[in-house]
Design a protein around this ligand. Structure first.
Ligand code: GTP
Ligand code: MG
Length: 365
């Protein structure tokens, strides 16, 4: 049953009347029951107005991938972090993003220093998750669809969004994180030759806080491994070139994706040994050109690290992802240090005593 329209407080058109403020009706002599009878008193309800012709305004966001104009708008309003997720066709980019979202939204943050708060692209994430949940576990089957982006070159819809709050439950600040979800073909075009279209599509690179680059570990170990190594090394070099003037230099997280397919023959080294060339067994040999590119990047003070990741080692009902949060933790730790963003330093709580209060003195002007 719908509620009847609410009564508004009375208003009186007689300037001498104080009845609406709790006083006397100016025409009390004429109308002993002014609330019922006085014609100067207006009592309106909040009955809904009939729909107007112009009432067909759509919602300000669709819940699907954001386009470059929406992203621009968001970036001008908030100190959003922007992470580019790049790699050749079929490298596992979209699976990684889907798995990252699943983990985060499910509260399985692992080392990631934020908790899930919101998403402007929930509809897209939901579609990806639904598709991934139908995967039977067959390796020949796609887990999600290969990424295609609308034909609009000027406004490509290629960004996913998550709103984050710091891990401390008392800290209610909200941080926007934008993640690119682009087709491998775009990455290839941009790596090979930057024409006008490709330059526009990839204009976000100049604003990126971090890069997550994927190389398919199973492809590297396969017969065409040399091609994957080559594509990855060219991509690392392109990023290195495009970020040469950025300070601080954005970090690069190299994700060796689909690691579940090679785990029987390659044991990942301990985290502190991951940037050493010798630590990866046969995979080190397979990544020959990529290592050279990474070593050049190191010489130019570009931070990098390497992560073995299995976004979907089994079908969803059967097993957990492995290492998915690590590259994002690495990327965010660097992104949060950037000076041109508002730093995320948590102030000590009001009741803090002793040593903790030193931080408050230091932070106070
Ligand atoms: N076993 C296994 N297979 C994976 C994993 N991640 C991705 N795959 C496989 O790789 C395929 C491609 O993954 P996508 O995430 O669509 O790759 P992409 O880089 O987004 O590809 P494009 O959008 O075409 O550029 C998936 O459909 C799966 O078959 C993983 O962690 N483990
Ligand atoms: Mg994709």
């Amino acid at each position: 049953m719908a509620l009847p329209p609410a009564l508004q407080p009375p208003r009186c058109n007689n300037p001498d009347c104080t009845l609406p403020e709790g006083g006397r009706c100016a025409r009390l002599a004429e109308f002993p029951n002014p609330l019922a009878d006085c014609p100067d008193l207006a009592r309106t309800t909040t009955a809904p107005e009939p729909p107007r012709e112009t009432a067909s305004l759509s919602a300000p966001w669709s819940g699907r991938h954001l386009d470059s104009v929406e992203v621009e708008r968001l970036l001008s309003r908030t100190p959003a972090r922007l992470i580019a997720v790049l790699g050749p066709y079929n490298a596992g980019k979209t699976c990684l993003l889907t798995s990252f979202f699943l983990q985060l939204a499910n509260g399985q943050r692992a080392s990631f220093p934020y908790r899930f708060a919101s998403s402007l692209t929930l509809h897209s994430f939901r579609e990806l998750m639904e598709r991934a949940s139908q995967w039977t576990g067959e390796s020949a089957e796609d887990i999600v669809q290969h990424t295609t982006v609308g034909a609009d070159v000027l406004r490509p819809s290629s960004f996913l969004h998550v709103g984050l709050r710091p891990q401390d439950f008392r800290d209610e600040r909200h941080i926007d994180l934008l993640l690119t979800d682009i087709p491998g073909e775009w990455v290839k075009d941009w790596t090979g030759r930057v024409d006008d279209v490709s330059g526009r599509r990839m204009a976000f690179i100049q604003r990126c806080d971090a890069f997550v680059v994927l190389a398919d570990a199973s492809a590297l170990m396969g017969a065409a491994g040399g091609r994957t190594d080559n594509e990855t090394s060219l991509l690392v070099r392109r990023i290195q070139e495009m970020t040469r003037d950025m300070r601080p230099r954005p970090p690069l997280a190299l994700v060796l994706s689909k690691f579940d397919r090679v785990i029987h023959s390659v044991l990942p080294p301990a985290p502190e040994k991951r940037t050493e060339r010798t630590g990866w067994g046969e995979l080190s040999n397979r990544l020959r050109r990529t290592w050279l590119a990474l070593e050049d990047a190191r010489r130019e003070q570009m931070p990098f690290s390497i992560f073995p990741v299995s976004a979907f080692p089994h079908r969803m009902a059967q097993g957990q992802p492995v290492g998915v949060m690590d590259p994002f933790t690495y990327a965010m730790e660097h992104a949060d240090r950037r000076a041109h963003r508002k730093p995320l330093h948590t102030l000590p709580p009001e009741e803090a005593r002793g040593f903790a209060t030193l931080r408050r003195w230091r932070d106070e002007p």
